[in-house]
Design a binder for this molecule. Structure first.
Ligand SMILES: Nc1ncnc2c1ncn2[C@@H]1O[C@H](COP(=O)(O)OP(=O)(O)OP(=O)(O)O)[C@@H](O)[C@H]1O
Ligand SMILES: [Mg+2]
Length: 374
């Protein structure tokens, strides 16, 4: 079955990554050179897609690569397991080496074989015991990339996705100190840190008192230029013998603001609407239809964000005013509270400053949702 014409949800592969070539090449060169990098950016703008593509290229060049996604983890033991597995996969080609070993360790012969395979990595079969102290396991995990890279005479790149979640996973923010104390001694490994909570990431890497201060180069993720989107969208429709002229593509981009996932989603909904009717031309009517359908599928995401900010005094109210273009400060509220709400919405990457005293939505479709629903 062919993949989706406009892929949505989760990282996309090289051919659908619009205009990140220079950025990807630069990340690849820096990481290959041993530099560690931090990228922070709002939700669904393509961080993971970029990182996976960089890792894929490095792997092709012979680098060892590993990735750990903190979003999927719930405690220290899982973190340690995930990191160990991600490292060992380079040698074994097996995704969940530890689980596979556990299975084999049930037989004496299997156990003997396995200790031989990893004896040069200071690997102990004790790591497979359920009652092992998770801190001991983590100590091992945090140095494994360096040990492995050195034993196999490789350079290695390790990706940590949603890095700001490490403190939740470990149950304590000391985890950052602990990680840094290991990573800073690594000579053969460079690290790529991604995070969707920009405020936390910037503070972790940019604040003198924080553990990862100056550990990595912080790079901004460039926006995707409108021209690149236009070429990509028109090409994609053309492949399916669908006409989409410049006017309708401009309309799509104007409505989505070029937000990566929102733009993909609107295009995808337009495509399905055309499939339903069998028509072969994107008209403004189809753009409206695709947009409305996309907004419906985004409702769940937006409701979650609204729930989250609803707990903050006046944040919702302030957001509504920005959406409607009303005055942000009103006589009836406490100005400090409004200021705090604005800062909060900025750290959540929902709005951004647009000049003095003016703010705009990072995601124009979220603005539209608020206008329609609240
Ligand atoms: N460069 C790009 N070109 C086209 N579409 C993109 C691009 N980057 C991201 N997208 C779209 O955004 C979606 C999300 O991408 P990805 O998972 O890489 O983003 P993310 O920033 O890691 O998101 P999250 O905050 O959810 O982790 C993709 O499925 C795709 O539809
Ligand atoms: Mg991601």
């Amino acid at each position: 079955m062919p993949g989706r014409l406009f892929p949505v949800g989760g990282p996309v592969s090289e051919k659908d990554i619009v205009d990140r070539e220079d950025f990807i090449a630069s990340l690849e060169a820096r990481l290959a050179d041993g530099q560690s990098i931090m990228l922070a950016g709002p939700r669904r703008i393509g961080k993971t897609s970029i990182a996976y593509e960089v890792l894929r290229r490095l792997k092709e060049r012979g680098f060892y690569t590993s990735s750990v996604d903190f979003f999927r983890l719930s405690d220290k033991r899982e973190f340690a397991f995930s990191l160990i597995n991600a490292c060992l996969e380079n040698r074994t080609g097996v995704r969940r080496t530890l689980e596979a070993l556990k299975d084999r360790a049930k037989s004496v012969a299997g156990l003997a074989k396995l200790t031989v395979k990893f004896s040069d990595l200071e690997f102990s079969v004790d790591f497979l015991r359920d009652d092992l102290d998770e801190n001991a396991l983590l100590e091992y995990a945090l140095d494994l990339a360096e040990i492995l890279a050195n034993r196999d005479s490789k350079n290695m790149v390790v990706l940590f996705d949603e890095f700001q979640d490490a403190s939740r996973v470990a149950g304590h923010s000391d985890i950052y100190k602990r990680m840094r104390s290991h990573f800073q001694n690594h000579k053969s490994v460079s690290y790529l840190f991604l995070g969707s909570k920009e405020g936390m990431m910037n503070s972790l890497f940019g604040n003198r008192r924080e553990a990862f201060y100056r550990f990595a180069v912080v790079l901004p993720i460039p926006p995707i230029p409108e021209d690149s989107w236009r070429m990509y969208i028109s090409q994609k429709f053309k492949e399916q013998h669908i006409k989409a002229d410049e006017k309708v593509i401009r309309e799509i981009l104007q409505k989505t603001g070029g937000h990566p996932q929102d733009t993909m989603l609107v295009c995808s909904e337009i495509y399905y609407a055309l499939l339903e009717t069998g028509e072969k031309t994107v008209t403004l009517e189809y753009v409206r239809l695709g947009y409305d359908r996309a907004l419906l599928t985004l409702a769940q995401v937006y409701d979650e964000i609204l729930d989250e900010i609803g707990q903050r005094a006046c944040a919702r109210e302030v957001l509504k005013r920005i959406a409607a273009g009303d005055r942000i400060y009103s006589k009836k509220d406490n100005p400090n509270e409004v200021k705090r709400a604005l800062d909060f919405l900025i750290t959540k990457a929902i709005i951004e400053k647009n000049g003095r005293g003016s703010y705009k939505f990072v995601e124009p479709m979220f603005r539209e949702y608020i206008l329609r629903e609240l």
